[in-house]
Design a protein around this ligand. Structure first.
Ligand SMILES: [Zn+2]
Length: 319
């Protein structure tokens, strides 16, 4: 495995070296797909703790997504911004990925809100009087008799409630590296026209057979590139979140993978904007101010991402 990956990385480096010597493209971010997670009958997480506003994830993601689309269009007027949905409709992940792939997106941003399993609390809310019996016996042997004497006793009455989580803040997810096979599959299913490689010279762009060994190798390179770009945009989103004083929880890959991120033929991230199950975060997520702040934060990250892609020589190397 290790040897294999060394060889692969060597080939990858070589391929990247070749591509680096080709004339740089001026515009690499033409289309951004903004996905409001969940929708319709797929409600997503719901505020369930005691004192919750009972906010629904599908509403929060739609509100933030609509603001993000507006902000991106305002700040990047030359970029096409395609939302997966602008209303409360149900879409399965396949539909979302298809919209992204059909529109030949260069970047996929999925908006979600975090859910956690809540702990149940128990507290006394009063007392109640119950009748109990004191049992005594009289006599011996066959004459032994049982006698129950009733008496009243005050006992506590409890109620159970869901405790809000103390976790709050924004995290960013990428597709899991070990799920690269799925990403390669989405690349294979896609059209070579989707790839930035062809942009260097439209007239000589050739079709690549992604089922051939060479084609498979190229697909792996694309998956790796998507991984690097996804990591870059995720890191920038995390930085911009921290910049507004909000808890930036970092960049993660989920062990189980995130289907929509694997199935999109482009760099893709999922932003867990905040915790619906947290008292402050839930209020932040439903507020106009919070939603707008998140839209602006993500837009600033996208602008930095675009600048780094399109003017790599003007910015210091990332990491
Ligand atoms: Zn979600």
């Amino acid at each position: 495995m290790l040897k294999n990956s060394i060889i692969r990385n060597g080939l990858l480096f070589f391929a990247l070296l070749i591509s680096a010597t080709l004339p740089a493209q001026t515009k690499k971010l033409n289309t951004i797909i903004v996905d409001a997670g969940h929708g319709g009958t797929d409600v997503g997480a719901v505020g369930q703790y005691e004192g919750s506003l009972k906010a629904r994830e599908k509403d929060i993601t739609l509100a933030i997504s609509n603001k993000l689309v507006a902000e991106l269009r305002k700040q990047l007027p030359d970029v096409k911004v395609v939302p997966t949905r602008t209303t409360d409709i149900y879409q399965d992940p396949k539909t979302k990925a298809k919209i992204a792939n059909d529109n030949k997106g260069d970047l996929f941003i999925s908006i979600h809100a975090d859910a956690v399993n809540l702990k149940t609390g128990k507290r006394q809310i009063g007392t109640k009087t119950v009748t109990k019996y004191k049992v005594t016996y009289t006599g011996k042997g066959k004459n032994r008799k049982k006698k129950s004497t009733p008496y009243k006793e005050e006992v506590p009455v409890y109620e159970y409630y869901k405790i809000p989580t103390t976790r709050k803040g924004t995290s960013v997810y990428l597709f899991a590296a070990h799920k690269t096979e799925d990403k390669i599959r989405s690349i294979k299913d896609g059209d070579i026209e989707d790839f930035e490689m062809h942009g260097h010279d439209d007239t000589t762009s050739t079709k690549i057979d992604f089922n051939s060994p060479e084609g498979r190798h190229i697909a792996q390179i694309y998956a790796k590139r998507y991984q690097e770009k996804s990591d870059l945009i995720a890191t920038l989103v995390n930085e911009e979140v921290a910049r507004v004083g909000r808890e930036a929880l970092g960049v993660y890959q989920r062990q189980v993978g995130i289907w929509v991120l694997q199935a999109t033929n482009m760099p893709a991230i999922l932003v867990e904007t905040g915790f619906i199950a947290n008292y402050e975060d839930e209020r932040y997520l439903v507020s106009e101010k919070g939603q707008q702040e998140l839209a602006e934060v993500i837009t600033r990250a996208v602008i930095r991402y675009k600048n780094q892609l399109e003017n790599p020589q003007q910015v210091p190397a990332n990491k």
